[in-house]
Design a protein around this ligand. Structure first.
Ligand code: NCD
Length: 354
């Protein structure tokens, strides 16, 4: 990840693939066989994902929102944790590319009979899967899957660790709204605040990599108990030329912000003693209309979902004119189409791991 910050200025022009045809039928400057996190992506990779998602959005605007690009390819979606938007948007994305899609809910599979992750992945491969989209409650599980799977693994969220497609759709949503033109990543020099339960958030961890790589002035804000360990990370980031501030001062964080992303309080991952009460959290850190008013006029309000309205975000803010939360969901399809497409064009022999 050392090279990214240096490349942030003067993002190179990338050749956008022609997404109506199969990815392997044209030269594409993408070398990653798996998408396990965004930490290995340099600015040119981010740019290519954004430009490819633009092409996918153009496909989605057609009367028949489908291309034959992944015809004959088999995509298996294996989720060990609950999900609505990530799972459904991967499925819609794969179908829009004409792939064959198999959905496995781990709760209804042989996993409940004690089958190991490695055996499950080998079985899925033996049944013909070429691309594996997986979500797992244990950090690192997709890395293990990538070691045994012969095709491409896309991480749909692992434990507290990473959620790369969410970070990329977040970047895409910011780029679409903040401008920056067809080239450029849109967030360079912009103040982006991630507010809430950072400690348990794989969304925050992936966004830290991609937003600082894209040149954003990133602020993490929340109660000290939910920011533990991030100051050390920010220090290392600053040493590598990234702009990254960690604070519990919500007024300082929100002042003149261009983007505010609220995160869910992850009660299912929370051990006791981290928060006095949800009511107190809402009073001190909840994203209310009064707090949004201290950011820049027209600042974007984001949330990866699912939301606990009245806790980390007020209902009127979530549904208000500055909210781009629905755009995030819609853009998730274009981004996941772009990623499936780019990864499908990489053969194991030419890939740069991961
Ligand atoms: C998030 C997740 O599952 O990591 N949601 C999502 O994928 N959009 C965040 C959360 O659960 O709070």
């Amino acid at each position: 990840m050392t090279d990214v910050a240096g490349e942030r200025t003067g993002v190179p022009e990338v050749a956008v693939p022609s997404v109506d045809v199969a990815p392997e039928s044209q030269p594409i400057g993408w070398r990653h066989r798996h998408l396990l996190d965004v930490d290995g992506l340099v600015a040119a990779d981010l740019e290519l994902v954004m430009r490819t998602a633009d092409a996918m959005r153009e496909v989605l605007a057609r009367p028949i929102a489908k291309v034959p690009a992944l015809r004959g390819r088999s995509v298996t979606i294996l989720f060990y944790e609950a999900s609505t938007r990530t799972r459904v948007s991967f499925e819609v994305a794969a179908k829009n590319l004409s792939a064959d899609v198999v959905n496995i809910a781990a709760s209804a599979s042989s996993v409940t009979k004690g089958e190991s992750l490695v055996d499950t992945v080998r079985t899925i491969e033996a049944l013909g899967a070429q691309m594996l989209v997986m979500r797992h409650g244990v950090s690192g599980a997709p890395y293990l899957a990538a070691e045994v799977f012969g095709g491409s693994v896309l991480n749909g969220g692992d434990g507290w660790h990473a959620h790369p497609t969410q970070a990329l759709l977040d970047l895409y949503t910011m780029r679409s709204r903040l401008g920056g033109g067809p080239s450029g990543l849109g967030v360079a020099g912009r103040k982006v605040v991630i507010l809430g339960d950072v400690l348990h958030s794989r969304v925050a961890r992936s966004n830290i990599w991609s937003l600082t790589a894209a040149g954003a002035d990133l602020w993490l804000c929340g109660p000290p108990t939910l920011l533990r360990g991030f100051e050390a990370w920010a220090g290392r980031g600053a040493a590598a030329g990234r702009r990254f501030t960690v604070t519990s001062d919500v007024s300082a964080a929100l002042r003149d912000a261009d983007v505010v992303m609220a995160l869910r309080i992850q009660r299912e991952r929370m051990s006791s003693g981290l928060l006095p009460s949800l009511r107190e959290y809402a009073a001190r850190y909840g994203l209310t209309a009064a707090r949004v008013a201290t950011a820049k006029p027209g600042a974007l309000v984001m949330h990866p979902g699912p939301m606990n309205e009245g806790v980390e975000i007020a209902a009127d803010v979530a549904a208000g004119p500055q909210s781009v939360i629905t755009d995030q969901v819609t853009n998730g399809v274009a981004i996941r189409m772009a990623l499936l497409y780019l990864l499908a064009g990489v053969s194991p022999a030419e890939s740069a791991k991961p």
